[in-house]
Design a protein around this ligand. Structure first.
Ligand SMILES: O=C(O)[C@H](O)COP(=O)(O)O
Length: 316
């Protein structure tokens, strides 16, 4: 049977699938050609990340598809319920990338509090007076230690983020519509561990009490953070979105950054991908990455092998 990994798959995933008797195709087929390609090549399994959309049109056009696999967490690019109603298995890998995303959150937080994104843009090529000007401009850094991190959504990624925050000496608070409390176990290199319980609280109180806020929710129908919510936050709050575009209203975010209400933002995801708004791309108070939360060798290895084992057990 043939597997089309249209947004790529790790070498470990390919090897595991080949060992299970599958042929893996890693050709990148343009979105509008995907259905034709699947039919012409008798593809049984289509694997995607967030780039390729598997909507009703492809599902209807490809009766030979047995599995739609999402290498990653968010399934907002797949018509999941429709596919299931047609008897197609829809799988993803929800546990594989939590640590990688959490580390990127801290990349943005540490960047924000020490102006790394801006100093990288502005460092003078030749040592001159600008060096000393920049030294002054970036003189008011802030430590994360001792500050309060508000986590919106305390699922797997939220919990991985909480562990790192606790390790850095931060206070962690969280809001979650479904989870009343979680036990977060911080494990050290020598095998020792500490466990702490985080009881979730209202979204409003998390917004009001946090020095930094990080969002870990799935794609939403409406914004979670708009002008109204920014107004309830501490002055000088920092905010990170490595979840989904459309969770923060980007126009309101730029206003809040310009007024100084929000000190900095770290954005990995955007309302318009792959062409984020220029106002975001040019803003000196925004640290930017191009949707790379899960883009580590370790996460992609886990994703590839987990997809392979699910496919093998479903189709063998
Ligand atoms: O939902 C996810 O798993 C992340 O957004 C990663 O998306 P990607 O696989 O396109 O990098």
């Amino acid at each position: 049977m043939k597997v089309l990994a249209n947004d790529g798959i790790s070498k470990s995933g390919i090897l595991a699938l080949e060992k299970g008797g599958f042929e893996v195709i890693t050709t990148k087929v343009a979105q509008e050609q995907v259905a034709n390609y699947i039919n012409e090549n008798n593809v049984s399994v289509i694997l995607v990340r967030s780039a390729t959309k598997v909507r009703k049109d492809i599902i209807d056009a490809c009766p030979g598809i047995k599995i739609i696999g999402r290498g990653g967490v968010g399934m907002d690019n797949i018509d999941v319920e429709y596919a299931k109603s047609k008897g197609i298995h829809v799988i993803n890998t929800p546990a594989s990338s939590s640590e990688s995303v959490a580390e990127l959150v801290f990349g943005h937080l540490l960047t924000g509090v020490r102006f790394l994104h801006d100093s990288n843009r502005n460092m003078p090529l030749e040592g001159d007076t600008k060096f000393n000007e920049l030294k002054k401009a970036y003189a008011n850094g802030v430590e994360l230690r001792g500050k309060t991190l508000g986590i919106v959504g305390i699922g797997r990624i939220g919990q991985a983020t909480a562990k790192m925050a606790l390790g850095l000496g931060m206070k962690v608070i969280a809001a979650d519509s479904f989870i009343p409390q979680v036990d977060v176990k911080v494990e050290f290199f020598d095998g020792q561990a500490i466990t702490t319980t985080i009881k979730t609280q209202s979204l409003e109180s998390v917004f009001a009490e946090s020095d930094f806020i990080t969002l870990h929710v799935p794609a939403q129908n409406g914004y979670i953070v708009t002008e109204k919510e920014f107004a309830t936050m501490k002055n000088g709050v920092g905010i990170v979105n490595c979840a989904r575009g459309g969770v923060i209203n980007e126009v309101d975010l730029v206003k809040a950054l310009d007024s100084g209400k929000v000190a900095f933002a770290g954005l990995d995801v955007f309302e318009n991908e792959p062409t984020p708004a220029t106002q975001l791309l040019m803003h000196p108070k925004i640290s930017l990455t191009p949707h790379i939360g899960a883009a580590t060798g370790e996460a992609q290895d886990r994703i590839g092998t987990e997809l392979a084992s699910q496919i093998i057990s479903l189709l063998s």
